[in-house]
Design a binder for this molecule. Structure first.
Ligand SMILES: [Zn+2]
Length: 174
C-alpha cells in the first residue's frame, strides 16, 4: 500500500469489557500489534498478525516485511499463515483464527480462504484496499464453499494509530 488507510472506523463497544463479540480477541490483537510495531525498523508499514489454534495457542506470527525481504507477498497475514501451516504440518488451518491489525487485501483474503481458516479478526478498516468488507468482501463471497467468520474493529483505534504515526513520520523514499 502506498497511502495510509482511512481510519473512519467506528468501533462498537469502545469500553473495555462491554463487547462480547470483540473483547475475547483483544489479547490476541495486542500480540498482533506488538508484531506490527517491529515492522518500521526495516521501513515496513506496521501491520502485524497472529494465527491462533482452536485452543487459542499461537501457531504463527508475522509482520509486514516486504521491504525487509523484497518479497511483494510478504504481508503479515501470509507470513503468519505460512508459519502456522508449518507448525500444524499441513495447509489446512481448520478451526484456526487469524488476527490481524489491518483489514486484509485481496491477496491475503484469498490466502485466508485457501487455508480454510475458521475466522478472521481484524482491527482497522482499509477503505483503500480492504477485501474483507470494504472495497471487496472476498472471504464472504457466497460463490465460495468455505467462508470464514469475520470480526472487525477489534482495538481499531490502536491499530489505526500505529499506521497513522508511521505515515506521518518523514522517512527516506527510494
Ligand atoms: Zn495483504
Amino acid at each position: 500500500m502506498s497511502e495510509p488507510p482511512s481510519t473512519g472506523q467506528t468501533e462498537a463497544g469502545q469500553t473495555e469489557g462491554t463487547d462480547p463479540l470483540r473483547d475475547p480477541w483483544r489479547a490476541a490483537m495486542r500480540h498482533a500489534l506488538e508484531e506490527a510495531a517491529r515492522a518500521p525498523r526495516t521501513g515496513d508499514v506496521p501491520v502485524g498478525a497472529v494465527v491462533l489454534g482452536p485452543d487459542g495457542a499461537v501457531l504463527g506470527r508475522g509482520r509486514n516485511e516486504r521491504e525487509a525481504t523484497g518479497d511483494p507477498t510478504a504481508h503479515a497475514e501470509v507470513v503468519a499463515i505460512r508459519e502456522a501451516a508449518r507448525a500444524v504440518g499441513e495447509w489446512r488451518l481448520s478451526g484456526c483464527t487469524l488476527v490481524v491489525t489491518l483489514e486484509p487485501c485481496t491477496m491475503c483474503a484469498g490466502t485466508i480462504v485457501l487455508s480454510r481458516l475458521e475466522r478472521v479478526v481484524y482491527g482497522a478498516v482499509d477503505e483503500k484496499a480492504g477485501a474483507v468488507g470494504s472495497l471487496w468482501d472476498v472471504v464472504r463471497d457466497r460463490r465460495l464453499n468455505h467462508r470464514p467468520e469475520v470480526i472487525s474493529g477489534v482495538l481499531a483505534r490502536e491499530c489505526s494509530a500505529l499506521l497513522t504515526s508511521f505515515f506521518r513520520t518523514p522517512r527516506r523514499t527510494s
